[in-house]
Design a protein around this ligand. Sequence first.
Ligand code: MF3
Ligand code: CO
Length: 253
Amino acid sequence: MVKLKTLMEIETMRQAGEIAAAARALAGEMVTPGVTTREIDRAVHAFILSRHATPTFLHYCGYPASVCVSVNDEVIHGIPGKRRLVEGDVVSIDVGATYHGFVGDCAATFIAGAGTEEAQRLVQVTRQSFFEGIACAVPGRRVGDIGAAIQQYVEANGFSVVRDYVGHGVGAVMHEDPEVPNYATERPGPRLYPGMTLAIEPMVNAGGWQIRVLKDGWTVKTADGSLSAHYENSVLITDGKPEILTAVGGKVL
Ligand code: MF3
Ligand code: CO
């Protein structure tokens, strides 16, 4: 069931979204050669608590950390640990914050140091694919239109869209209905209405779309070892243009 949010719920989701987005920005600034992924996790964890929120991911289905840090051929759900970032690493940061019972969920990919031209292009195309997607996130259109736009843009740029994981409704829990695929499907998906809140999150591989899950049960990697990037915001459907909830002072990373 898709839940439309009340004005008060939306206001709380803006606050949760701002905390998640600020945590994403903090993590992004830490993406530099020499830092460990655990140091990023500890900093994000402390920051979220300092904002009187809780890290949504910690203990979610047994997930052991407050942030996902996925490096190079890791697509999503990388578990922070002793790994030390090196120059050129492509680092996807995914973070959720729960505030007064509502969730903000967002992600972005950063490069440690300069990075190759291909890496920079992958990061840019992945981010832009999100904006191509939300251009369709208006009343009267359907959820499926978002994914079709994302896929078209990504493939026109020579990359591929992960199929095994999708975006989702977001609200009182992290994963609500509906599913928000980043690719075209046979089904058009539900109609979009003002008050719907969706986490739109393209995962884009430089090579093929196929993935594999490591034995740790979490880490998702590209099957062919190619680089991968991720970009996500929690978004409110309005009467007009969609509003990005995971923004800091109206600014989106
Ligand atoms: N943004 C991710 C999602 O939508 C975050 C989940 S990671 C988890 O599923 F560890 F919390 F599962
Ligand atoms: Co999400």
